[in-house]
Design a protein around this ligand. Structure first.
Ligand code: ADP
Ligand code: MG
Length: 359
């Protein structure tokens, strides 16, 4: 097993020496610590698969280095890297049985027969496929096929890392939950570095101790689920994590006050260096709907019931832009006819060019 270091990594699928280059990965410096359970979270197209393929060696990056511990593997072929990779769609041999499919990656690596049998048996147990071990893969359901695909990655537990590229996308929601908890169990048991790619925040937050968030070819934040929620380093993280996401409001700051249209809200500190336009980030959870005169006067545009909470969507009085501010209000709280919004100043973040400003 190994730590995986990415140094100044960049990749372009269309390197056009004349024009501006179009980079799927822009400049990534990151260390995946040995034995970490990571989620790699980001929207479709942000470069997650590209990054995994570079780690496993399916793709050679346009620039930068990959190190396993201290060894440079940037130009090593995939089979020399000892990385197991599970793809979004099942990669299995239809004409082989379940057992043969699971054994295949091990036979290929020349493991002893009894070692192979032991591992395959264990994997059949874990995936609850014992009853189907000798059936041909082609006769199984899509869920079972994806389980086999997962198992083919997991049987190789003497590898440097296991990479999962949205492996549960096609799986039934109930089973999804079950398999995710099995992956966690396996992580506890074997202590591999695991990188689990997903675009689903719930999946990321339940799988990992460390979530790496990617956006437009860059890593924009690394943190525990709680850190990502409480202190988004980038407006994208605030917006992407949580439901509804963080409100992002254009503002101008003077000392410890932030102007919002004709109104002002207080901050907990001064930002003397910030003169131009910036943005305030505040989560709907940290905005209260109060009586007129206690906060920022608004017009409530819509109230959406989501069970124990309601999402109150409002616009600032005098703001013609139509910009909506979401707040989250407990279901049993009554809403005043003339409402103000009161921001919890402790929870307001100040962002410049999408990055958080630390005063
Ligand atoms: P993700 O896995 O996060 O959805 P990808 O790594 O697949 O993102 O893609 C990142 C970017 O690279 C996207 O803009 C995508 O269109 C582009 N891309 C991915 N694969 C290829 C390819 N084989 N050829 C050209 N462009 C690609
Ligand atoms: Mg992908």
């Amino acid at each position: 097993m190994a730590s995986i270091t990415l140094k100044n990594l960049a990749h372009s699928y269309h390197p056009d020496p004349k024009g501006p280059q179009d980079f799927a990965l822009k400049s990534i410096d990151h260390v995946w610590e040995d034995g970490g359970a990571y989620a790699l979270l980001g929207p479709s197209g942000c470069g997650k698969t590209t990054l995994l393929n570079i780690i496993s060696g399916l793709l050679v990056p346009s620039r930068g280095q990959i190190l396993f511990n201290d060894k440079d593997v940037t130009r090593l072929a995939p089979e020399q890297r000892d990385i197991a990779q599970v793809f979004q769609f099942p990669v299995i041999y239809d004409t082989m049985t379940v057992r043969e499919n699971l054994a295949f990656p091990l036979v290929n690596r020349g493991l002893a027969k009894n070692e192979i049998a032991t591992r395959v048996h264990k994997m059949l147990d874990i995936l609850e496929l014992q009853g189907k071990a000798d059936r041909k893969a082609r006769n199984l359901t899509a869920d079972d096929k994806q389980k086999i695909s997962l198992g083919r990655g997991l049987v190789r537990y003497d590898v440097n890392a296991i990479l999962f590229d949205e492996p549960l996308t096609v799986i039934d929601p109930h089973l999804k939950w079950q398999l995710r908890s099995k992956l966690r169990e396996l992580h506890t048991q074997f202590g591999h570095t695991m990188i689990y790619v997903t675009h689903d925040q719930t999946e990321a937050l339940t799988f990992a101790n460390k979530v790496v968030v990617m956006y437009e070819g860059e890593v924009v934040q690394i943190g525990t689920p709680e850190e990502l929620f409480e202190k988004p380093a980038h407006t994208f993280v605030g917006y992407f994590i949580g439901s509804p996401g963080m409100n992002i409001l254009p503002t101008v700051i003077e000392g410890n006050r932030a102007r919002l249209g004709q109104h002002e809200t207080m901050l907990t500190q001064s930002y003397p260096a910030l003169t131009g336009k910036v943005e305030l980030g505040i989560r709907p959870e940290y905005i209260r709907v109060v009586e007129r005169g206690q906060g920022l006067p608004v017009q409530i545009r819509e109230v959406e019931d989501i069970g124990r909470f309601r999402i109150v969507r409002a616009t600032l009085q005098g703001d013609d832009s139509g910009a909506i501010i979401n707040s989250l209000v407990p279901e049993d709280q009554s809403l005043p006819a003339d409402a103000d919004l009161l921001f919890n100043a402790e929870k307001v973040g100040v962002y410049l060019n999408n990055h958080i400003v630390s005063a």
